[in-house]
Structures are given as C-alpha cells and as structure tokens.
Design a protein around this ligand. Structure first.
Ligand code: SF4
Length: 302
C-alpha cells in the first residue's frame, strides 16, 4: 500500500483484536452470524442452513485479477475463497463450492499463514470471499497474522446477508466492505435464495458498513485503501431490483457510493427452472441498469 497506510486492525491493536476474536467465537455456540439465525451449536458439531461447522473449509486462495481495478492493481487481490454460503441462490455460478461443499479443511493457523503468503506475493489486500459464516475463525486468524506482520487492508466480500451483530464484531477491523446486493424485493429473494427478509437485512448491513468505513478511498496509484464498494449483478427481467437499489444507495448511503453494475449473469445451477433466469440479461436491460445508476449520480463501475 501507499506510504503511511495503516490497516484498521493495526490501529485497533493486538489485544483488542484478540478479545474480539474470543467474543466472535462464542457466537458459534448459538450461531446467528447471518440473517438466517439458525441458533445451532457449531462448536458441538451442529450445522445450520449454510452447513459450515467449527472447522473452516476453503476452496482456494491466491492473487486474483478478475476483481475491480481498485482491488487488483498490479499484483492482484489476495483472495481466499471460503466453502459453503449462507445464501442459497438457485443461480449460483460456484454451486460446487457454495452448495456442495467443495474445498479443504484448514486450521486457523493455516488461514493466518495464507494471509501472510498473499502479502509476500505482493497482493494489495486480503480478500475474504463468502466470509459471513466463518467470521469467528477469520478474526482469530487475523489476530495471528497481524501478530506476525500482516499489514494489508482486509476486504469483506459478502452476499450482503450479514447480521448486524456480526458486522459490529468487524468494526475497526475490516477496511473495505464489498457486499454483492442481490435483490430489493422480498418475494424474489424468497423464491431465488429462500430469504424473504434479504432486502431488509441487506439495507441494514449497507447502512452499518457505510457507517464504519465511509465512501471508497484509493491511494495515489488508484488502489483501494478503505471504504464501501457495492456490487450488483443485473438479473434478467428486472429481478435484481436495480432501480430501488440505486435509489436507496443515493439517498440513504451516499451520493458518492461506488457501485459495480455487473453484467456477467448466465443461467447456472438450477436457474433454467426459474424463468426468466433461464436467459442472460439483454443488452437493453444492462444498459438501462447502468443508466439508472448514472442518473442517480453514483460512482458507477462496469
Ligand atoms: S452462518 Fe450458517 S449456521 Fe450461522 S446463522 Fe447463518 S446459515 Fe445459520
């Protein structure tokens, strides 16, 4: 990172970080880390909707060049892909990982080592992909990695269905929040991900994320240091609720909110059974989504 940059967790200090990890671990006894609030005891081996247990599974890690330019820079974003997901989207493009559990078990120490390996390889950040259901283990690993010299900003790359209590645990630790906001309509969220309260949970999460980190800030090379970066995958037939989302972002979050309007939807997994998800968005639908965001004055990235 640029000279003078200090990641949030280093400012917080090791002792506070250790305490926060301990606090988070206690959540595993009655898991309410995400909006599903299953209440299962994951320490005793019970599992909830996401199927994640006490042990962490990851499907891979390494420098990634497919993320947004402010995360990728010259040397890539240091992604760690977590297995399982608290959302169960019928169109998931990584369903082997999110639904079927593809991946390998790692210890918290392994996870800390991986972060340091990514730093050594020159990555500009550590990017936790689908982290919600492993927040306690991630915090414990961040503590160990920080103790051993980690100095990169942390990116929380989530589906946006995070409990507020979970986000409070991350306050002062995460530098960059990157929620992928999927829907703004309860009936659509229920049909496609089984979570009718997704819009309400995601709006509360966005508000808390913005409170913690503010608008996206980059260094003089254009590399992200801190802030909120919202993603939004345009779905066919207006299912993603783009008009309502951009309105919410512009009025309730920030007129300078950074929004990546993503056009790479294709029918994956069970999508063909859920028309109009059985087709890609048309060029006109994509164009209209980008226009809506631009008209609201957001910092649009495509
Ligand atoms: S993280 Fe998993 S077990 Fe915990 S509340 Fe969410 S879906 Fe349920």
């Amino acid at each position: 990172m640029g000279e003078g940059f200090v990641p949030a967790y280093r400012k917080l200090g090791l002792e506070a970080l250790r305490r926060r990890a301990g606090e988070a671990y206690r959540q595993l006894k009655h898991c309410r880390l995400c909006g599903r609030r299953c209440g299962v005891n994951r320490i005793l081996g019970e599992t909830g909707v996401c199927r994640a247990g006490k042990e962490v599974l990851i499907s891979g890690y390494g420098p990634h060049f497919g993320e947004e330019a402010p995360l990728v820079g010259q040397h890539g974003s240091g992604t760690i892909f977590f297995t399982y997901c608290n959302l169960k989207c019928v169109f998931c493009q990584n369903y082997d990982i999110s639904w079927e559990g593809a991946g390998n078990a790692v210890t918290v120490r392994d996870l800390a080592r991986i972060m340091l390996v990514l730093q050594k390889r020159g990555c500009h950040n550590v990017n936790f992909v689908s982290p919600t259901h492993y927040v306690p283990q991630i915090l414990a690993a961040v503590y160990l990695a920080a103790r051993d010299g980690l100095n990169l900003p942390l990116v929380y790359n989530t589906g946006g269905y995070d409990a507020l209590e979970t986000l409070k645990l991350l306050d002062g630790i995460i530098d960059i929040y990157m929620p992928d906001v999927k829907y703004m309509d309860a009936a659509v969220a229920e049909r496609l991900s089984g979570v009718a309260d997704y819009p309400a949970v995601a709006k509360a999460a966005l508000t808390e994320m913005q409170r913690q980190v503010g608008d996206l800030v980059t260094d003089r090379r254009g590399i992200a240091c801190r802030g909120l970066l919202v993603r939004h995958l345009v779905l066919p037939g207006g299912l993603a609720g783009t008009a309502e989302l951009v309105d919410f972002l512009a009025t309730e979050i920030s007129p300078d909110c950074f929004l990546n309007v993503m056009g790479q939807y294709y029918p994956a997994y069970r999508a063909r059974r859920y028309p109009p998800l059985d087709r890609r968005p048309t060029r006109e639908e994509l164009h209209a989504a980008i226009q809506l965001a631009r008209e609201r004055g957001l910092r649009v990235y495509t």
